[in-house]
Design a binder for this molecule. Sequence first.
Ligand SMILES: [Zn+2]
Length: 542
Amino acid sequence: MKPIFIAFTLLFAIQISAQQKAWPNELITTPVKSNYQKTSTYAEVMSYIEALQRRSDLLHLEYMATSKEGKKIPVVVIANPRVTSPEEAKKSGKPVMYIQGNIHSGEVEGKEIVQQLMRDILLGDKKHLLDNQILIFAPIYNTDSNDKMKQGRRPSQEDSPVEVGIRANSQGLDLNRDGIKMEAFETNGLIQNVLNKWNPEMLVDLHTTNGTWHGYGITYAPSYHYAGEKAPYDFTWDVLLPEVTEKIDKNYKVKIGPYGYYSTRQGWPPTSIYTYNHHPRYIVNQMGLRNKVGILSEAFAHDRLYERMNGTYGFVAEILEFTHKNGEEMAAINAKAEKDAIDNVLNNAGKVKKGVRFKMVALEKKIANYRTYDYIPYTNKEGKKSYIRSGKIIDVPNVANLSKFDATISTTLPRGYYLPKSMKPIVDHLRKQGIKVTELKKRKKVTGAVFMIDELKNATRKFEGHNMATVTGKYVSKTSTFKKGDFWVDMAQPLTNLAFYTLEPQSDDGLVSWNFFDAYLKEQGVNTKPVEYPVFKSYPTK
Ligand SMILES: [Zn+2]
């Protein structure tokens, strides 16, 4: 080779390696630029997305909603070739995967790594992740509260970064409790303009834990949806998460494990950990009721921000490597789950029962080795046994994992539900969730059952602004006539499991729970006499 040619080749090689390592300033995230002291503002996330947009034609930017304070919530669709509509996505035959950061504004690493990951996929070493899938990223779901930064907001994160935003949205709502009642602008955007519109096969929701000193960089949970189809859950729990656990350890040096809490009040070492609830108000759980995969990611709060970002980046990157290889299979499993749910209605309505209230129990399989910081027993001033945390991480063998949910109340699966015209607000809500409801074109006599409510009870303490309701009573057989203009929810539809959980009166996270029927029931005199629940459950005619 001629010397000049060698020099040119060398220069070219140097340039390439420099490109891989040194990104232009506008493609470096705020934490990296600030030595992990700061997290991105909404404006910084938007200019980062715009900087990517100037450099890549594979990116399509849209907005799921406008927040209360007028911020447009970005949804970044990345595909090769670029797609700009769900129709184009469908035509490509590639499954859609959705990753969401910053649902709780103080939990910032998801927001940061989503920006980095989009960059690395579009312009860096992860371009292959677009070969077989379409990726949708929402880096900053909770926009308003992100920018209300202050020191000391999340004590367990020990000011890393120094200042963070507020957990609730600017309406004062926890966005991860809003999946059924849909009161937040953000939830309406997510459900209607991401889930219903783009129909992703998987949702990954990025959080930071609130405190337990387990020994994992990330803890995870699949979608707990015990009224739904089991196959997407099984695939997540038995196939996806074990493979990702191995890969993230190898490629990112991060140990990950199942999400859960323990308390030293039960003694030491722990014999069990318990998870959070199965309710579909949590968006990850709702994915299961929608026959899809949901994954919760919780970075270890006590780690420094750069470690939490490394862990969360590794977790999402390895999940997307997995879906790059197995996305088609995942989509097929989800499609079969949807078909199974519909077939169950067509073949078994009026015959089988499904759970509507659940209690948490242990999985059959214990955790072989549970990683946690060790605690040392001592006797306190009152002479009682107490525990102090040490700096050592230990493996505790055979720890029970309370992350299964057994039904405490089950009720018969209907062929459909009828609602009178006056229940239009309920129907509007079902439609926002994506549930199909039709209007009757003519009078119809139907057989089935109604739920007679003996008692309506409201919780004395408010939760998310609600005195949540429970009803007691029983189903009684009935024949009713519905008129033209009344409503019919045909349960042979894709979101049948969600419709069941939402509409059943005894459900522990349905519309009754969130006070949608309180005013009507009180007007009908539920405080003094039994009242009929105004949603008629129909069974197939023999
Ligand atoms: Zn959170």
